[in-house]
Design a binder for this molecule. Structure first.
Ligand SMILES: [Zn+2]
Length: 112
């Protein structure tokens, strides 16, 4: 992970700091990436994944490669534009599902 500047959004702090990403396991499969503001110790959850989410993230990479291929085929006149549109719709749907899973998991962890 690269270090980047962030301004703490705790209004009593508002200081700039470098992100130092940490990793914590929750149970067997949930991994949370998070960091602290070094000034006020506000905790920021950067992202969380579990087995299902990691599998879906791998799938998303595969879908995007397939989309690239379809785009090439379409440009080369090997398939119809509808095939490309279908693929875009499919990927959009999968992205929404994945986002919902991530949001759910984040909420679950935050309520602990
Ligand atoms: Zn702070």
């Amino acid at each position: 992970m690269t270090m980047s500047d962030l301004t703490c959004n705790n209004e009593r702090c508002n200081k700039k700091f470098n992100i130092k990403l940490r990793k914590k396991k929750h149970g067997v499969s949930v991994i949370e990436h998070f960091f602290f503001c070094p000034h006020c110790k506000t905790r920021y959850s950067s992202h969380v994944t579990d087995q299902e989410i990691r599998k879906r993230q791998r799938d998303m990479r595969k879908y995007r490669e397939e989309l690239n291929q379809v785009a090439k085929d379409w440009t080369a006149g090997k398939c119809f534009g509808e095939v490309y549109d279908e693929k875009i719709t499919f990927i959009g749907q999968k992205e929404r599902e994945l986002k919902a899973l991530v949001d759910n998991l984040k909420a679950k962890i935050a309520s602990k």
